[in-house]
Write a protein that binds this ligand. Sequence first.
Ligand code: PMP
Length: 343
Amino acid sequence: MMDLKDLVRPNIWALKPYSSARDEFHGSASVFLDANENPYNEPYNRYPDPLQWELKERIAELKDVDRNSIFLGNGSDEPIDLVIRAFCDPGIDTIVSIAPSYGMYEVASNVNNVDFRKVTLTPDFELDAEALLEEVDEWVKVIFLCSPNNPTGNSLNRDEIYKILKNFEGIVVLDEAYIDFSAEPSFLPELKKFPNLIVLQTLSKAWGAAGLRLGMAFASPEIIAILNKIKYPYNVNVLTQKQALDLLNNEGQMLEQLRRIMSERIRLQAALPELPIVHKMYPTDANFILVNVGKADSVYNKLVKKGVIVRNRNNVTLCNGCLRITVGTPEENDALLKALKSL
Ligand code: PMP
């Protein structure tokens, strides 16, 4: 990896972040007249803890990582944007990613006026590390990978991911939003070996809290310090911090929901290929299944008329004719199968 100082944009390296005086006095003071808050209206009259220490402590325990290796944001979309802003000079630097994949990497690059290059996966949705590394030149500062990948559902080949971690001098963001549904292990234990790795996870999928907006980035304390420096001071609100802590303290509930989703995934994987309209079903390590239905626009519109909404991925790279179907409750999945059968 390049020296972090040479990778970060110079203005960010030199940045003096906004600081609130509150944090250092927690526990040692009882009268807070420093932040122009209304003294009434508990529990959200006070600004939240800017660095979310209590929540991070629980996440550190759950994920077996150091607290200083965790960044928390308003969904994982926030660290996606912050990584680009920290490492890529607008109009100069470049990001490389894979196609098809999660759309926000490209949108966030465009918002930041950073050139975005996509390397198409192989026809069976595998990552070809050599092909990707061929796209790397001196302007490429960040590579975005996603495993299990959205919208294909498969986990990327681990050896190919290692090749990129070993051979790329910049930052590698590995988005593991769907890791809890996967049989493959997370790359979190690899953080110690690869100082250029940032792993993203979220409470939006297996933890069942998309509405709370809590995304997690895991990386070296040095990278985390840079993200903390440039985030908005109170990026995770009081209610989200509290609810997220309650959720994470109740891992059993998540595991029970995960068990149900996995068993419904197995049921859908058995039922979908039996339907004449399904030409092909792809393997999945996530809570969704990609199926080729031929005329995807028409099938999509017919499903909409029956009140069943899936994600139309027609015209997306390698996904022509495909719909991406989220695994729902048994009742929702029955409704989907019934609607597909009646087309
Ligand atoms: N990464 C991937 C691969 C996703 O599919 C999604 C959500 N669709 C996200 C990140 C965004 O997650 P969050 O809700 O944490 O912003």
